[in-house]
Unconditional design. Structure first.
Length: 443
C-alpha cells in the first residue's frame, strides 16, 4: 500500500484540541473503546508494541534503538508502575522518547481519555483555507490553516487565489498552520514561482528494513500566478510541520519575506501506530530534505527574516508592503473574497444516515462506499455494530461545518449518546472516507 506522505498526520474530523494545541486524531474506521485505567498487563503490552514500532518504522535506526532501550529500561525499573491514567502514561512515554530522540513529531497519545487542560475549538476553514481578503492599496491576504490532500486543497486554494488575482503584494498567513501534505505545500509554493522548480524531498525509511526511498516535489502550473508579486509570510511559534515547510521553502527560494516568530521545529513526516488499549504512537518514518539547503528545520524551527511577536506580524507586513498598518485582518480588510462554506455538500447527510443505519443493523451498504472505505468498514464492523446498536435510535443530525479534509462534519444525537462523525463524498457520489465515531458529552 502506498503511504500517504504527510508532515503531521491529517485528520478527517475536526477534533477537539487542548490549550497547548495537541490534536486528538484516530485512524479512519477505528472504534474508540471506553476510557479505563491501565493495568500492569496493559502497560506491558503498550510498551512492547511501542518498542517494536520504533525499531520497525522510525526514520533514524540508531536513534530508534536508543529510544526503545530507554522505554524498556524505564518499564523494567518500575518507572511506569503508578501510571494507570492513560494521559499520564502517554505523557511519561512521550517525555522519555523526547529525552532521546528530540523529535517534535514523536509522541504517545491516549485516543480515549479526555485531554488534559481546558479545551478550545479549532478554527474552521474549508479544504485548508480559512479566509482571503483584499486590503487597501492592492494588497491580498490569505490564511491557510493546513494542507489537506491535493484533490481537496487544490480546488479550494484555486478559488481563493483567483479572487486575489491582480494584487500588487500578497500576505500569506501561516500563524495557525499545523501541517499536512507536502504535495499540497508544493502546490501553494507553485503560485509563487515558475513551474518546474524543485521544492522539497521526503526521504522515507522502508518499514522493517535499512532501505529508504525518495519522493521529490516540484512546482507545477497554476490557474493564476503571483510569481512577480512581493510575498510576505506570517509565522508564529504554533506554525508547525507542513506550515513550517512552506515558510522554509519560501525562504530557501528567496521568494518572500518571513515575518513573525520562530516556528515549532517539526520536519519529520509521521504515521500513527495503534498500540492497543486506546493508545497510539506518532512515529516519524521520514525526513524532509530541501534541495537548496540540503537539510531542514527539525528541532530549530524556521527563523523569520523579521522577528516580531506573532500578534504584530500582520501590522509589520502591511507596513513593509506600503499599506496602512492594522492590528488584525478584520480591521485591515476592505473585502472578504473567500469564506468557508456554511452548508453541507448535497447528499452528505443522507449518506451519513445510511452509514449509521448500516452500522446499527450490522449490514452496511458497501456499494455506496469507495473500495478503501468499504474495506475499513468491513474490518471494523463487529465493533462498530456493537457501538451503534447500544446507542439506540438516531434522533437528530446537525451539520457542524467543513472538516479539515474538505468533507462534512456532523453531530449525531442518539437515544443513548452523542457522536461526532465526518465523511467525504467522492466524485461519483460514493463515500470516499468516513471518520472515526467520536463520543461527545451530551449537550
Amino acid at each position: 500500500m502506498k503511504r500517504l506522505t504527510t508532515l503531521l498526520l491529517p485528520v478527517l474530523v475536526c477534533l477537539p484540541v487542548t490549550a497547548s494545541g495537541q490534536a486528538r486524531p484516530a485512524p479512519v474506521g477505528m472504534v474508540m473503546p471506553q476510557t479505563a485505567a491501565l493495568t500492569v498487563a496493559d502497560r506491558q503490552a503498550i510498551v512492547a508494541k511501542l518498542v517494536g514500532a520504533l525499531r520497525d518504522r522510525y526514520v533514524f535506526l540508531d536513534v530508534a534503538e536508543k529510544a526503545a532501550a530507554r522505554v524498556q529500561a524505564a518499564h523494567a525499573a518500575g518507572d511506569y508502575a503508578a501510571l494507570a491514567d492513560p494521559n499520564a502514561f502517554a505523557a511519561r512515554l512521550t517525555a522519555d522518547l523526547a529525552g532521546v530522540a528530540h523529535d517534535k513529531h514523536m509522541k504517545v497519545i491516549s485516543l480515549t481519555a479526555p485531554p488534559p487542560g481546558p479545551m478550545r475549538p479549532m478554527a474552521r476553514g474549508e479544504g485548508g483555507v480559512f479566509r482571503a481578503d483584499r486590503i487597501a492599496g492592492g494588497i491580498g491576504y490569505i490564511e491557510v490553516l493546513g494542507f489537506p490532500p491535493p484533490m481537496i486543497f487544490k480546488r479550494t486554494l484555486d478559488r481563493a487565489m483567483a479572487a486575489l488575482a491582480g494584487s500588487r503584494a500578497l500576505v500569506i498567513d501561516m500563524r495557525r498552520n499545523g501541517g499536512g501534505s507536502p504535495r499540497s505545500v508544493s502546490y501553494l509554493v507553485s503560485y509563487l514561482v515558475a513551474p518546474g522548480r524543485p521544492i522539497n524531498t521526503i526521504v522515507s525509511r522502508t518499514e522493517k528494513t535499512n532501505d529508504s526511498t525518495r519522493e521529490s516535489f516540484a512546482s507545477e502550473p497554476t490557474p493564476t500566478s503571483f510569481a512577480g508579486v512581493p510575498i510576505y509570510v506570517l509565522t508564529s511559534k504554533d506554525t508547525f510541520s507542513g506550515g513550517e515547510e512552506f515558510a522554509y521553502d519560501v525562504q530557501a527560494l528567496k521568494r518572500g519575506t518571513l515575518i513573525g516568530e520562530v516556528t515549532g521545529g517539526g520536519a519529520n513526516p509521521v504515521d500513527m501506530v495503534e498500540l492497543g488499549h486506546g493508545m497510539a504512537a506518532m512515529i516519524p518514518f521520514g525526513r524532509a530534505e530541501n534541495p537548496v539547503t540540503g537539510t531542514n528545520w527539525e528541532g530549530r524551527g524556521v527563523k523569520p527574516d523579521i522577528v516580531v511577536p506573532a500578534a504584530d506580524a500582520l501590522r509589520t507586513a502591511l507596513t513593509k508592503a506600503g499599506g496602512k498598518p492594522a492590528a488584525d485582518i478584520a480591521a485591515a480588510s476592505v473585502e472578504r473574497v473567500f469564506t468557508p462554506r456554511s452548508a453541507p455538500f448535497p447528499g452528505s447527510e443522507n449518506a451519513l444516515r445510511r452509514i449509521v443505519a448500516g452500522y446499527a443493523s450490522g449490514a452496511p451498504d458497501y456499494a455506496m462506499m469507495a473500495a478503501d472505505a468499504a474495506a475499513q468498514v468491513r474490518d471494523a464492523l463487529p465493533a462498530l455494530h456493537s457501538q451503534f446498536a447500544a446507542l439506540g435510535a438516531l434522533q437528530s443530525v446537525t451539520f457542524n461545518g467543513p472538516d479539515p479534509l474538505g468533507g462534512d462534519e456532523y453531530r449525531l444525537h442518539f437515544a443513548h449518546g452523542t457522536l461526532m462523525m465526518a465523511l467525504v463524498l467522492g466524485p461519483q457520489g460514493k463515500v470516499a472516507a468516513i471518520s472515526t465515531p467520536m463520543p461527545l458529552p451530551a449537550p
